[in-house]
Design a protein around this ligand. Structure first.
Ligand SMILES: [Zn+2]
Length: 249
């Protein structure tokens, strides 16, 4: 029997029972697991973890636990400057791509609205999601923390809020995406990149009022949906401003 002490920091506490949140707590173990298995047995999926300190030393997920180890576990925290320790999550790539699970259709649409690449299929099974994740090297977004604990998952995020607007902000914060937001560039229905088109090319898709009052259009090359800057875009601009404002403080 070995005894270890754990302390989870910041939003990793979201996964813990109340009595273990924001405090150092003790676990007694029959064997000596890897630190990854120990962390997941506490309910925290490994893609959420970016830094593990054991007795002050940074370690990898495979590190074996010893008796009396004192373990501090940190989430991905972009402004946390700790260049001399072992960060466990890959740094954000310039163009991150995502795949969202079947519960996150509204999040997928909102992220697409901001120009972010999010694959989504409401009918996809878990194995389909994982396959898309692997095939396209996508980051998985899910409300299912068990899915994130699969060994095959390297990059993923467990969405906390039930509100799609707040969820969008969570993902932008977690993956440091505020500088890659590019609104009105991607189809919210099918994720394709929009193309600029002449008004004449899309006249057949427009209602009379739209024909009359608007001149600048984009179109989805996949589903042919036409987009234009109209009254509805003011609401979207406000959403974008709200997201950006949140990161300027
Ligand atoms: Zn489309």
């Amino acid at each position: 029997m070995i005894t270890v002490f754990l302390r989870f920091y910041e939003e990793l506490n979201d996964f813990l029972p109340l009595e273990h949140q924001k405090v150092r707590f003790q676990r007694k173990l029959k064997q000596s697991p890897s630190v990854k298995d120990l962390i997941e047995s506490c309910g925290v999926p490994h893609p959420e973890v970016d830094l593990i300190l054991i007795n002050g030393e940074s370690v990898g997920f495979d590190h074996r636990i010893s008796n009396r180890d004192d373990i501090s576990i940190y989430p991905v925290f972009e402004s946390f400057d700790i260049s001399d320790v072992k960060r466990l999550q890959a740094r954000p790539l310039r163009q991150l791509q995502f795949v969202a699970d079947g519960n996150l259709g509204k999040l997928a649409r909102k992220m697409r609205l901001l120009g972010l690449d999010v694959a989504f299929d409401a009918s996809a099974a878990k194995d389909d999601l994982l396959q898309t994740m692997i095939n396209d090297n996508r980051v998985i977004l899910t409300t299912n923390r068990g899915l994130l604990m699969r060994k095959i998952v390297e990059r993923g995020y467990c969405v906390r809020s039930d509100n799609p607007t707040i969820q969008t902000r969570e993902v932008i914060r977690r993956f440091d995406l505020v500088n890659v937001i590019s609104p009105f560039t991607r189809c919210v229905c099918c994720n394709a990149v929009l193309k600029s088109v002449n008004k004449e090319e899309v006249l057949e898709y427009l209602k009379a009022d739209t024909r009359k009052f608007y001149d600048a259009f984009t179109q989805c090359p996949e589903c042919r949906k036409v987009y234009w800057y109209g009254s509805h875009t003011v609401r979207i601009q406000k959403f974008v401003e709200w997201i950006r404002k949140d990161f300027s403080v």
